[in-house]
Each structure stands twice: as structure tokens, then as C-alpha cells.
Design a binder for this molecule. Structure first.
Ligand code: GLC
Length: 427
């Protein structure tokens, strides 16, 4: 039985569970707590995903819902873990966190054993810090350009291949729709809030213009360059023109809110928005499709930031065996398939990309295998324990520029100085 943040099981249920497990399961049913950010329909989807594990083991899972922002989750988890909190048994962890939280999590390599071979090796690698496997993958993430097929047709436009084309097409459609009385209609929505999501969006702009990856895999700070300036300046020009002024406070769900009510021509978002946008009650069901994000000009290349979520077991858990068993289950093909079919999340189990049920329901999943495999990692590996600070400085410099507080050239120059200080002699 899945429970929402309730503290205790009703006594009757406990007794019944204990009785039914007398012959098959553990001596004593345990409730494990799982802390996770709640975005989209994750709450209901998670309940469905864990059900078979609950039924099989007799244990129950309590979801401890956290804010949607990965940056807010990170701040909270860091405090809890530093305090040795034993109330949370498992954490859902962002792909970028492994090196920073590694010491607080149980090494899962031995428990997972040969099961790891089913996953993309790069994902397992991303969750390995100093040889320890600190989390098992739940799903991977790579963003898409969402576009309205009907509106492109209406205005005789094609799917934009460069950010410059996107700027023009978004303006064309926005002008046309406004002229027809849709005063809330916008050309392009994305994630402009000062948080990790903006790091993802802005890395894509910069990389697609040929301006590098903020900090390169060898640790070099590369962000202060002309291509990066051009990319951020273009994005700043969208605020208040093709994108609402409020976009600089948007996270994923705010962007999806505008898009899914039919009030935007384009959106940058992760695959979960595909499932929700094509649900029965969605006003844009059947009207949209996805494409890789645009290139930064004719010489640029499409860049998608690598995202994804994993499951880590706390070193301070008092139910480590059960927590490890749940982590193993959540990373299995069975659980990942349920999640893919419900939430549209990209599996990390390779064989699921050939699964006919998944392909039939969400064609974006097999289509996005290639986007995921070429996705650009954020510099969490080279900057190690300092990644969160690097990212916060980066998103602040970009956010300042988007808000008209300094130019991209000024803000990236200051950022470089700041990052040099933070790096010191080595990351
Ligand atoms: C998605 C990605 C995650 C990223 C976050 C930023 O959830 O999977 O990796 O950090 O978006 O908002």
C-alpha cells in the first residue's frame, strides 16, 4: 500500500500485512521513506511504479514530496545528510549530484551486480564517484523543442533549425495569434528562473553556438567567449518579446502551464511534458510534436543538456536492506517500463528502446535515444564538489543578463573571474 506522507500505518493494516507475510516475506514489514521532487504527475506515477515491489515484499513506501526545483531539493538534502537524518531511507537524486553527495550514500555496486549490464554504461559511470556506485538510475532526460504543428501549418512556417529562425517564427505566430485576439499568446516558453534549470537551458544555447561547456572536461574555464556572449544576448532579446517578461521566473512547470493551455507556439522542456501534453484532457493533444533543439546559427550544432534522476540509499537509513531492495527494483526494466508508459520518462535500460508498447504510446522515447546519447553533460565531473557553486554562479550571471542587469559580455567576464577564484589551483 502506497502512502502519502502519513506517519503510521493503521494498526489493522499492519497486522494484516504481517500475517500475510508470515510465509513469504520478511519477518516484519517495514515502511521506507523516499524523498523526491514532485513534478508533473510524478506522485501518482511513482505510486503505480512501486506497487509491485510493495506487494512482493510486504513493505510499504512513503513518498516525502519535495519542491519541484532540483536546486531547492539539493539544499535540503545536503542539510539532512549533514545532520545524519535517519528519517529518509532513499533519495531521488539528480544526475549532477553524485560527486557531491557520494560519501553520504551506500555503495550499490555489489548489490546491483550483473543487473548493471542492462543500462547505458555512461549512466552508470555518471553515478560512480571514487569507484563507488552511489545511485542507481531511474530515468534519463534530454530536452526537446516542442512545437505546435497546427500553427506552423497555419502560418506556412517550418520547424526552426536555428535559434535565429526560432526567434523569427515565434514572432510571426505570436503576432498572428495576438491579431486574432489571443492576447495571452506567446512565441516561446522555457526555464528562466535563477536555478539549475537555467543552467541547463543556457548551456544548450552556448554549446549550440560553439561556445563550449562553461567548464571543459579538463577543468578549463571556458565560459567567457564571444560565442557564449552571442548566445546569451540572443536569449536576453526574447524576454518580453517572444517570451513573457515572467519567463525569468519560470521553471519547467510554469513553462508547461502556458504551453499546455495552448498559449505558446514553442516550448523547451524535458520528455515528461510529452506525456502530459498528449493526455486525454490536454487542450493541445494531437496538435504538437517535438524536434531536437535548434542550432546556434548555420555553423552551430544542436545541443541538449543531459539530465536524469537516480535512486540513492542513505548511509543513515535504519532499513538499508529494504531500501537497497527498492532501489534495485526501481532501476529494473519492469519499473522503468511502467514509468515510461505512465510519465514518458526515458529509460536507462537499453532494451526498452526496442519495446513495442513504449514506442506505440510515446514515440518520442525511441526517437530520443540518439538525442540522449549525444547530450552534453553539465560540468559536474570536472568541478567535483564545487559543481553546485559553479552552477549557481553561472545561472546568476545568465539570470542577471536576462533581467537587463548588465550585458552578457560584462556578466560573463565577471563570472570568469569568480570561477577562477572558486577553482583556486585545482577544482
Ligand atoms: C530535469 C533534469 C535534471 C535537471 C533539472 C533542471 O529534471 O532531469 O537533470 O537538473 O531538470 O531543472
Amino acid at each position: 500500500m502506497f502512502k502519502f506522507h502519513a506517519r503510521t500505518l493503521p494498526a489493522g493494516a499492519l497486522a494484516a500485512a504481517a500475517l500475510s507475510l508470515a510465509f513469504t516475506g520478511p519477518a516484519r514489514a517495514v515502511e521506507v521513506s523516499f524523498a523526491a521532487g514532485v513534478v508533473g504527475s510524478f506522485f501518482e506515477d511513482f505510486a503505480a511504479v512501486v506497487k509491485p515491489w510493495e506487494e512482493k515484499t510486504g513493505n510499504t513506501v512513503k513518498l516525502v514530496p519535495m519542491p519541484a526545483s532540483t536546486s531547492d531539493q539539493f539544499a535540503q538534502y545536503r542539510l539532512w545528510l549533514a545532520a545524519g537524518n535517519s528519517d529518509i531511507d532513499l533519495y531521488m537524486t539528480d544526475v549532477i549530484w553524485a560527486p557531491q553527495l557520494a560519501e553520504q550514500f551506500v555503495d550499490l555496486r555489489e548489490s546491483a551486480g550483473a543487473a548493471l549490464d542492462a543500462h547505458f554504461p555512461s549512466v552508470i559511470e555518471s553515478q560512480t564517484a571514487d569507484g563507488r556506485l552511489v545511485a542507481l538510475p531511474l530515468y534519463t532526460d534530454a530536452p526537446a523543442l516542442y512545437y505546435r504543428k497546427d500553427l506552423l501549418e497555419k502560418y506556412g512556417a517550418k520547424v526552426p533549425e536555428t535559434w535565429q529562425e526560432l526567434t523569427e517564427t515565434a514572432q510571426l505566430i505570436q503576432d498572428g495569434e495576438r491579431a486574432e485576439g489571443k492576447s495571452d499568446f506567446w512565441g516561446f516558453v522555457w526555464q528562466g528562473n535563477a536555478y539549475e534549470g537555467l543552467t541547463c537551458d543556457a548551456l544548450e544555447w552556448i554549446k549550440s553556438f560553439g561556445g563550449g561547456q562553461i567548464v571543459e572536461p579538463d577543468g578549463t574555464i571556458s565560459v567567457n567567449n564571444e560565442k557564449a556572449v552571442e548566445a546569451i544576448d540572443l536569449a536576453a532579446s526574447w524576454v518580453g518579446t517572444i517570451s513573457p517578461p515572467g519567463v525569468i521566473a519560470y521553471q519547467e512547470e510554469e513553462a508547461r502551464g502556458v504551453w499546455q493551455t495552448g498559449n505558446a507556439a514553442f516550448m523547451r522542456n524535458w520528455p515528461y511534458a510529452y506525456a502530459l501534453g498528449s493526455a486525454e484532457d490536454s487542450p493541445i493533444k494531437g496538435l504538437f510534436d517535438t524536434a531536437p533543439l535548434p542550432r546556434g546559427g548555420e555553423d552551430g550544432s544542436s545541443a541538449a543538456t543531459l539530465g536524469g534522476w537516480n535512486v540513492a540509499v542513505s548511509k543513515y537509513s535504519e532499513h538499508q536492506d529494504e531500501a537497497i531492495s527498492l532501489a534495485l527494483y526501481l532501476s529494473s526494466a519492469e519499473a522503468q517500463k511502467t514509468l515510461a508508459l505512465r510519465a514518458g520518462n526515458l529509460p536507462t535500460v537499453i532494451s526498452l528502446y526496442d519495446d513495442p508498447d513504449i514506442a506505440a504510446k510515446y514515440p518520442i522515447i525511441p526517437a530520443w535515444k540518439d538525442v540522449f546519447m549525444h547530450a552534453v553533460p553539465r560540468p559536474s565531473a570536472p568541478t567535483k564538489k564545487k559543481y553546485n557553486e559553479v552552477s549557481a554562479k553561472f545561472w546568476s550571471a545568465v539570470h542577471d543578463t536576462l533581467g537587463g542587469n548588465g550585458t552578457a559580455a560584462e556578466n560573463l567576464e565577471l563570472l570568469e573571474l569568480d570561477l577562477d577564484d572558486l577553482k583556486g589551483s585545482a577544482w
